[in-house]
Design a protein around this ligand. Structure first.
Ligand code: CO
Length: 134
């Protein structure tokens, strides 16, 4: 069901500092910050040869990563995103297997303009999983 790792997301308390750290210290190519009000986050993508790193910062009042940063004030790994061919087929198969899909179960449009879904971390070894249709 799973394809490539699309990205690994890291929640950060200071997006500018995190972007500078990846650009200047680690020598990576990074994107401009992108605000995603529907997801309550601002993101910067770090481009790597084999995948991307998504730096996540809360946007707005009800950001889903605000609580995460309260628990992890210096930031930390937030989720891993796997590619799938058909997100509806993947969702239905996972639900049948007893996995919990977050929200109302309908895919939202993610940072790359493609449909995404999130799976409950308690069903997957304590790791929040994002599926992205490619
Ligand atoms: Co993501």
């Amino acid at each position: 069901m799973l394809g490539r790792v699309n990205h690994v997301a890291i929640a950060v308390p200071d997006l500018e500092a995190a972007a500078a750290s990846y650009r200047a210290t680690l020598g990576c190519q990074i994107s401009e910050p992108q605000s995603l009000p529907e997801h309550g986050v601002t993101v910067v993508f770090v481009e790597l040869p084999n995948t991307k790193i998504e730096l996540l910062h809360p946007l707005g009042e009800n950001s889903p990563i605000a609580a995460f940063l309260e628990k992890n004030p210096s930031g930390g790994m937030h989720h891993i995103c796997y590619e799938v061919g058909d997100i509806i087929v993947a969702r239905d198969r996972l639900k049948e297997a007893g996995a919990r899909v977050l929200g109302d179960g309908a895919p939202k449009i993610g940072a790359h303009g493609k449909p995404v879904l999130f799976l409950h971390p308690k069903d997957f070894q304590g790791t929040l999983i994002e599926l992205e249709q490619v």
